[in-house]
Design a protein around this ligand. Sequence first.
Ligand code: PGA
Length: 258
Amino acid sequence: MNRKYRKTIIAGNWKMNKTPSETKEFMTEFKSIMPKGRWCDVALCVPAVCIPMAVRCMRETRVGIGAENCNANASGAYTGEIAANMLVDAGCKYVIIGHSERRAMGETDADVNAKVHAALKAELMPIVCVGETLEQRDLGITEDWISMQVKCALHGVPEEKIRKIVVAYEPIWAIGTGKTATPEQAEEVCEHIRTVIRKLYGAKIARAISILYGGSMNEKNAFELLAQPDIDGGLIGGASLVPEKFVQIIEAANQPTV
Ligand code: PGA
């Protein structure tokens, strides 16, 4: 983390978990144990049907609610899809874009780029996910792959909008596997992402962009990961489903010593 130049963000990704009623239960408990620290931003990205309940429950707090996907189009004949401006109207502040689970369902780099533009236009903050497979890591092409994903996702994003973007590095081999990247491995790639952004947008912007790590981050390993200079927060799946665990991760991010 580097609080001087950029925001620390702890974001939960619930994936396809919890009903609206369970959302209410979670939020009630979460609110009662939530740390009052002012250093880090907290986001919870929830299933679309849980957004209204999450927004209602967290109205008086500083926790931002987010979606897990959006459609790239503004409106029209896209049965079952949700546009970015609908999410904003429902009270969302964030949207996850290009999660590897969605890429595995067929989302391309071009789709990710179109969704980034749609989110920015609607004034949603995109959390853009990138990450390599174990096979790519073993082949030694992690940095090339990540460069390509970042460049594609940011293609055509003007300088004045780039600060609204958050990038999340999520090695696919670490997601939901309990196999976290070591702090050194995670830092190496997050630093590389910042270098790619520096080459595209210059040093000042690169220094101001928050880059998150995701992949089996939990209450036990969060502190060490967040202590790395280029890891500005976490995108947390499994551990964000349990209020006490999520709170402990926020507390790790609020440590004054980091
Ligand atoms: P995990 O998921 O924390 O359960 O590994 C992270 C993510 O997919 O965003």
